[in-house]
Design a protein. Structure first.
Length: 127
């Protein structure tokens, strides 16, 4: 009887952990909360925690800045071809961020990137 109760308790904690795998805390966090605090309390904590999608969305919102920084470094090192690719990726992610946030971002940022793309395309040999 006691073994059956322990197995059921761990099984329920595992279910809470599986639900937590879609959350920021992940499977291990949800499972441990459930084992230590009971599966019901663990379920409540997991339910109130942030979704993974929100975290990924926040990272996507700032990714264009990373590409722009890399492009500037490459351009400074004289690697214009790779800088062009990074500027194009920065512009792509900038536009994607606008779609995610559903609002327009400062257009001067996009204009700066577009000018760099045009400038670099003009300076590279045509193939």
């Amino acid at each position: 009887m006691l073994i059956g109760a322990i197995v059921l308790y761990i099984f329920l904690a595992g279910l809470v952990g599986a639900y937590a795998s879609r959350k920021k805390m992940g499977f291990i966090g949800g499972f441990l909360f459930s084992v230590v605090l009971t599966p019901i309390i663990g379920l409540i904590i997991v339910h109130l925690s942030s979704d993974k999608e929100n975290i990924e969305e926040e990272a996507a919102k700032e990714s264009w800045k990373v590409y722009r920084k890399e492009a500037r470094q490459l351009e400074g090192n004289g690697n214009r071809k790779e800088a062009l690719k990074k500027y194009e990726e920065a512009l792509y992610h900038f536009r994607k961020r606008e779609q995610l946030t559903e609002k327009l971002l400062p257009e001067n940022e996009a204009t700066e990137i577009e000018k760099k793309i045009t400038e670099l395309k003009g300076s590279l040999p045509q193939v």
